[in-house]
Design a protein around this ligand. Structure first.
Ligand code: COA
Length: 190
């Protein structure tokens, strides 16, 4: 169940909670094979997207300790929806979070996903006092791991043939950032 968090603003973007009116725009890219290829879901039908959006618009019963926070990412100037971001709270005691992202390829290659992900790292470390935020991706998902490297996250692991993913062996990278590493990057001392 998702938290309802106030919108976040970056130089070019506004990250806000999902609404029922977002279904068509989200379906516009969740239906694409290239967006679903390395996700734990296949290209989604409109009904499947509507069911997901219904979950993401439910208010969390405990907003101070949510399971996850989801945002749609919109262009500040036009309001056009270009992607979605999630921050999952994985371990309360150790203050571990996980980041996830999906963007419409029509708006790729302009640094929007990197800008949105940086806002999510700020949120996780500053508002929720997380100690470490990690991201996982298929080793073949170059755009995803390059994004995490652009943010300054470290490659911590390469799991080789450790699971079956969509009928074949899974090769997975783990990337992570510690709170103090992010603070150093933000101060420009790293
Ligand atoms: C992962 C994903 C979000 C990355 O998208 P992206 O367009 O590569 O990322 P960005 O929006 O940050 O854009 C980065 C590109 O814009 C360029 N760029 C242009 N202006 C920029 C700016 N102001 N700041 C940063 N980068 C900029 C970068 O150089 C980079 O280009 P390059 O790949 O040619 O080096 C996208 O590929 C996606 O949604 N994939 C499908 C879903 C998915 O697999 N999600 C991850 C599951 S683990």
């Amino acid at each position: 169940m998702a938290d309802t968090t106030p919108p976040l603003e970056t130089a070019r973007l506004r990250l806000r909670p999902f609404t029922a009116a977002d279904v068509d725009a989200v379906h516009g890219y969740h239906c694409l094979e290239e967006v679903a290829r390395y996700q734990y879901w296949g290209p989604r039908s409109r009904d499947e997207v509507a069911a997901e959006v219904a979950k993401w618009t439910e208010p969390d019963v405990s907003p101070d300790a949510p399971d996850s926070i989801v945002f749609v990412v919109t262009l500040k100037d036009s309001g056009v929806l270009i992607g979605d971001m999630v921050l999952l709270f994985r371990d309360r005691d150790a203050r571990q979070g996980e980041i996830g992202f999906s963007f419409n390829p029509a708006h790729g290659g302009r640094g929007y996903a990197t800008e949105a992900a940086a806002a999510i790292l700020d949120l996780g470390f500053d508002r929720f006092n997380l100690h470490r935020i990690f991201g996982r991706c298929d080793a073949r998902n170059r755009a995803s791991w390059r994004l995490m490297e652009r943010l300054g996250m470290r490659r911590e692991a390469h799991f080789r043939e450790h699971a079956i993913f969509k009928g074949g062996w899974d090769e997975e990278f783990y990337y992570a950032m510690l709170s103090r590493e992010w603070a150093d990057l933000r101060r420009g001392t790293n």
